[in-house]
Write a protein that binds this ligand. Structure first.
Ligand code: GLU
Length: 441
């Protein structure tokens, strides 16, 4: 919905106005919650539910010191935002990135609530992180930081309460340190079950087969469900990508395995292009050894504008939020935009793209693969089981298929775009549970 308001005015959305939000069109939290509330309006959700969902239940911020290798102490800022747990324990990643800030973490926590609900997982939504560039720290420093942050969170995380996972800048090793720290503080009868306090752990320490590639795999399953209706054949499609971390590189490898052509990639080190297709596997090894796509021999360097203008069937942002915005949306030359990242398109960017007839497959459908396999890992830990990769993939595909169907049905029912439809389907599920449980007391 187009909002007519000046920066600093009370927010034009009735619920956000009631909560005292000052309008800021660039604020990611306001952008996210505004879109969710538009869907709530479409569903005619009760006022009290809109109020509850408009703010997270808990926002934790902690400052903690860590000794660096040179003996100097540095103070770090860590966050954990728990948005909603009506469906089950809070769930969501821990991000280590220099841009980590409260409003962004709040927004990502809302998206986790929506994502888990759309996939009908018995989990709520949370997100956290530390404002740090992990590449600027040694492994020892990162380990001390992770352990100190985990201990600062104390009982605010827990197997049945809030379950972190990897996100940007964190990985299976980070999760192993988090789980180990937590287990040292929670030496109960169920010590080994308490590994389930985080997911995305290494395979040898309670991780699940298929978790590392899970988000990329989920993106591809979602595309397999949605692209045929748009007359796009994955085996013949061309695509470009922003971001070549875990999600981007897995998505690229799985798509090219099926015959798609990867025309262009951009990351924090530059942009590259190859008309005949970039080798996704070789590019992944190059990024692991050099830290970015720059200097990859299998493609030519291009500038940012040329990257955005590259003609492809599918454009996949798989990096930070708000990358596709008013400034560059009109440059895109694609038929479908697949949101592998969380909130990669701003509302202004979205209006331009929808106006150009581009279909946007929304993030809460496309990138739910990570949290879905996290849910499988949590289940395996609690039941002391190990599932084969085939079983994990098959179940992930089933969940993704069902979620895609819910989105398509909601889009038909409400006659709206797919993002609004995805939020409608997620909210309907949450609203039913609130109706059954009621509001305490
Ligand atoms: N960080 C991932 C996400 O944003 C995974 C979260 C999880 O597995 O809990 O969806």
């Amino acid at each position: 919905m187009i909002r007519e308001a000046k920066a600093g005015d009370l927010h034009p959305n009735g619920v956000l106005k009631e909560l005292g939000f000052r309008y800021d069109s660039n604020n990611l939290y306001q952008q996210t919650i505004d879109a969710v509330l538009d869907a709530a309006e479409m569903l005619d959700l009760p006022h009290h539910l809109r109020l509850i969902l408009a703010e997270p239940k808990t926002e934790l911020m902690t400052h903690f010191p860590v000794r660096l290798d040179n003996g100097v102490y540095r103070l770090f800022k860590g966050y954990r935002v728990q948005h909603n747990n009506i469906l089950g324990p809070y769930k969501g990643g821990m991000r280590f990135h220099p841009t980590v800030a409260l409003d962004d973490i709040k927004s990502l926590a809302v998206l986790m609530t929506m994502k888990c609900s759309l996939s009908q997982l018995p989990l709520g939504g949370a997100k956290g992180g530390v404002q740090i560039d992990p590449r600027s720290l040694s492994e020892d420093e990162l380990r001390r930081l992770t352990r100190r942050f985990t201990s600062a969170l104390g009982d605010n995380i827990g197997t049945d309460h809030d379950i972190p996972a990897p996100d940007m800048g964190t990985n299976a090793q980070t999760m192993a340190w988090m789980a180990d720290t937590y287990m040292n503080f929670h030496d109960s009868q169920n010590k080994h079950q308490s590994r389930a306090v985080v997911t995305g752990k290494p395979l040898k320490f309670g991780g699940s087969f298929g978790r590392e590639k899970a988000t990329g795999q989920g993106v591809v399953y979602a595309m397999e469900e949605c692209l045929p209706a748009l007359d796009i054949d994955i085996a013949k499609a061309t695509f470009s990508l922003i971001g070549y971390g875990n999600v981007g590189s897995w998505t690229a490898r799985l798509l090219t395995e099926q015959g798609s052509t990867l025309k262009a990639v951009m990351d924090h080190t530059g942009a590259i292009y190859n008309d005949k297709g970039l080798d996704a596997e070789k590019l992944a090894s190059h990024v692991v050894s050099t830290g970015g796509i720059a200097g990859f021999e299998g493609g030519e360097a291009i500038d940012e504008e040329t990257f955005y203008r590259t003609q492809v069937d599918i454009f996949i942002p798989a990096a930070l939020e708000q990358m596709v915005c008013r400034k560059n949306a009109a440059l895109l030359n694609c038929r479908v935009l697949v949101e592998a990242a969380n909130a990669p398109v701003t509302p202004a960017g979205e209006r331009i793209l929808l106006g150009q007839g581009v279909t946007i497959l929304p993030a809460i459908l496309c990138n739910a693969g990570g949290v879905t396999v996290s849910y499988f890992e949590w289940k395996q830990n609690l039941q002391a089981e190990t599932w084969e990769e085939k079983k994990v993939d098959k179940r992930l595909q089933k969940y993704t298929r069902a979620a895609a169907k819910r989105v398509t049905l909601a889009a038909e029912k409400f006659g709206c775009d797919l993002r609004t439809a995805a939020y409608c389907a997620a909210l309907e599920n949450i609203a039913e549970v609130y109706k059954l449980r009621g509001i305490f007391p």
